[in-house]
Design a protein around this ligand. Structure first.
Ligand code: NAD
Length: 306
């Protein structure tokens, strides 16, 4: 059991809490005294089907150590779903203090083969879902003059990865959403931050293990267990993080990162203005030295998880 209960008296909604990272967040929230809404549709990795089993299991684990939890099976990807999830918290516990937008699916496809459906469904669960749940909580937060959001982004959006245009766009969209909420709602004492996690879950569990090299790589990845992400989500939802707003953190096994956010890195100026020719001759050569290389996440996180 935790020594200090950082979420005592608080109510938390954790979406996608039946499995993976969400499950560990829900459990740690409850260990820290939060009453928890365990939301999960029980979908497959690609978002198909429904199964209440995983959420029920998490609820039972929490109740097993004397915590309080209820399950909610609504999809975050519908406006009514977001409202219903918040209503579940208010009906069961009379208040809401913390939202963790964690639910997610993947439909990886190289861009020229990505269907409209692949795009819509991934954006629907991640970006639209984070909006629907946040929007439903926002009026309640305003009236109470308090509340927190933790949203899940990814280095696929922050840095890049191949075959994930839908996911990367949604995950970078979530960063914009989080920033906008932080700016709009700080006047009501509401905070909004992002976590970019690295964790072994079924979402990345499809990596092949045919060769000894691949096997060794996967064994290292398996050390990054989802429970390592949960402390940051609990901390950011607690009063201890009262002065942390609009930030993006990375968590990978025992490492914690603070991510940069875009700012101008260099400027060029011509008193008479620019033509396409002068941009080619003068402007771009001057900026080129500061270009961001076209990299994928693994190029930047090039060392093994510590
Ligand atoms: N695992 C990683 O390394 C990693 C890396 C970057 C970002 N993330 C992000 O972290 C979050 C958690 O990922 P995970 O690895 O634990 O995945 P996971 O597949 O283990 O868990 C996701 C959960 O979300 C649920 N879900 C899916 N669609 C839903 C919907 N419409 N409504 C409610 N619940 C729904 C699923 O049923 C599942 O239980 C996701 O947002 C993911 O994009 C994970």
């Amino acid at each position: 059991m935790s020594e200090t209960k950082m979420m005592d008296g608080k109510v938390a909604v954790v979406t996608g809490a039946g499995r993976g990272i969400g499950r560990e967040i829900a459990i740690l929230m409850a260990r820290h005294g939060a009453r928890v809404v365990v939301n999960d549709l029980g979908a497959s990795v690609s978002g198909e089907g429904e199964d209440a089993g995983p959420a029920e299991e998490v609820r039972d684990i929490i109740r097993g150590f004397g915590g309080e939890a209820v399950i909610d099976g609504h999809s975050v990807a519908e406006p009514q779903g977001g409202e219903a999830i918040v209503k579940t918290a208010l009906d069961a516990f009379g208040q809401l203090d913390a939202v963790v937008n964690n639910a997610g699916i993947l439909r990886d496809r190289i861009f020229h083969r990505m269907s409209v459906l692949d795009w819509e469904q991934v954006v629907g669960v991640h970006l639209m879902g984070s909006f629907y749940v946040s929007k439903a909580a926002a009026l309640h937060y305003r009236d109470r003059g308090a509340g927190t959001f933790v949203h899940f982004t990814s280095t696929t959006g922050l840095i890049g990865n191949v075959g994930q245009a839908n996911y990367g766009a949604a995950k970078l969209g979530i960063v914009g959403l989080s920033k906008a909420i932080a700016l709009d709602m700080q006047r009501f004492g509401v905070r909004s931050n992002c976590i970019s996690p690295f964790a072994w879950s079924r979402m990345i569990g499809s990596i092949p293990t045919d060769t000894p090299d691949q096997k060794a790589r996967v064994e290292k990845l398996q050390r990054m267990t989802p429970d390592k992400i949960a402390p940051m989500a609990v901390y950011l939802s607690s009063d201890a993080a009262a002065d942390v707003n609009g930030q993006i953190f990375g968590v990978r096994n025992n490492e914690i990162f603070l991510f940069s956010q875009p700012r101008p890195v260099r400027s060029v100026h011509r008193g008479e203005g620019w033509t396409p020719e002068t941009i080619a001759e003068h402007g771009m050569p001057a900026l080129k030295g500061s270009f961001v290389p076209l990299q994928v996440s693994a190029d930047v996180f090039s060392w093994d998880p510590v």
